[in-house]
Design a protein around this ligand. Sequence first.
Ligand SMILES: Cc1cc2nc3c(=O)[nH]c(=O)nc-3n(C[C@H](O)[C@H](O)[C@H](O)COP(=O)(O)OP(=O)(O)OC[C@H]3O[C@@H](n4cnc5c(N)ncnc54)[C@H](O)[C@@H]3O)c2cc1C
Length: 400
Amino acid sequence: MGDAVLRTPEVREALDALLERRTDETRLTSMGAGSDDLDDGRAYLAATVDGGWHVPTWPAEHGGRNASPAENHLIGSVLREYVVPDLYPFAIGLGMVGPALLSHGTAQQQDRWLRPIASGAEIWCQMFSEPEAGSDLANVALSAQPDGEEWRLGGQKTWTSRAMWAQWAICLTRTDPSQPKHKGLTMFVVAMDAPGIEVRSLRQMNNDAHFSEVFVDGAVVPDEWRIGDIGEGWRVAMTVLAHERAGAGSRGGGDGSRRGARLPIWLADLERLDALSAPALRNEAMQIHATDMASRWTSQRAADEARAGGSPGPAGSGAKLRTVESYKGRAYTANRAAGAHGMLEDGHGYIETVTAPSMSIRGGTDEIQRNILGERVLGLPGEPRLDRDAPWRDSRKGML
Ligand SMILES: Cc1cc2nc3c(=O)[nH]c(=O)nc-3n(C[C@H](O)[C@H](O)[C@H](O)COP(=O)(O)OP(=O)(O)OC[C@H]3O[C@@H](n4cnc5c(N)ncnc54)[C@H](O)[C@@H]3O)c2cc1C
């Protein structure tokens, strides 16, 4: 871990001692679809944390190895030779809360929370969305009221993925309704087993039930669990979301493609189904493959930019749109190639096909990503935002 430049054989030697190599037969789920498996991810993270192999850019004392972006990239590409399970259950901690704590957390908060995230010992969820605050996230109403050295929380969150597994949540709250909507927000960490927190599971059309409604009634949070200053919750939320978008295609699970393999696994599967001999399907598959490669590189660039510490840019929105497009393309093409069998639950591409529509919604909808690109990259005029400067409590909730 010192100043010496890391080389591929060294990484391989270390990972050989910890992980199994992938073969052409290795199959992995992705984004938690159709799987409630926590054990594989936990075992993988526990095995890799001492070497800092999964979050290499984090400080060594918090489960990383102080890696440079180049070393991080090298480790990521060597990791593709190994079985990295679907880390969906751990993704909020690894990909969003960890980076946000590194940017905005106190030393004490980093000491308490980062290493258990990196080791898989603790799972996190993201309590941002509410019935009246999805795309219009700054409309969050869940209130946090000061009570001595503590805060008392009340309200409702919805679409909280992983809430029933999580020990901790990063929770966006309204602390000052007299301020304009983006200004009266504050971010807290909430213990999911605290009195006053009730999690109710929702079932998706892919049969997964690992996202939830969360009802909060008088839950108490100590002030030392506040992330960032009072009224600075929007800034912290933007850091979390930029990392979410940039990390949409990050390591763990995915299509299971093995570095050095002749074909990515999804294409090898299509070949096995004899789908690649049909010119139309072959053409479609190649277009998706090209999008997929562009998507991986853009995600990598966006994630590197976000990790580099500067303010995370709109590249994550482009990365997210491409990741969604390639996920859908792979799912629908594979499913169609399977013919009638693809309509059955164990059919090829079935789980991915019934999971794919949600990809355009979670982490901010496609329309919102395009708005961000339109305004921040193309310089198009912004949307009318009539309630931007008025006190939040006077604004028409749920309207832009
Ligand atoms: C599988 C899944 C997992 C999720 N996990 C989490 C989680 O862990 N934590 C969390 O906090 N949230 C989570 N979400 C919530 C997700 O972030 C929201 O669903 C999303 O931001 C959209 O908000 P909404 O559902 O309220 O839809 P709305 O905001 O009501 O949008 C409805 C429709 O209107 C469109 N629209 C809205 N505003 C505009 C606009 N200004 N311009 C153009 N079109 C617009 C939208 O694109 C959409 O098509 C999850 C969602 C899904 C589906």
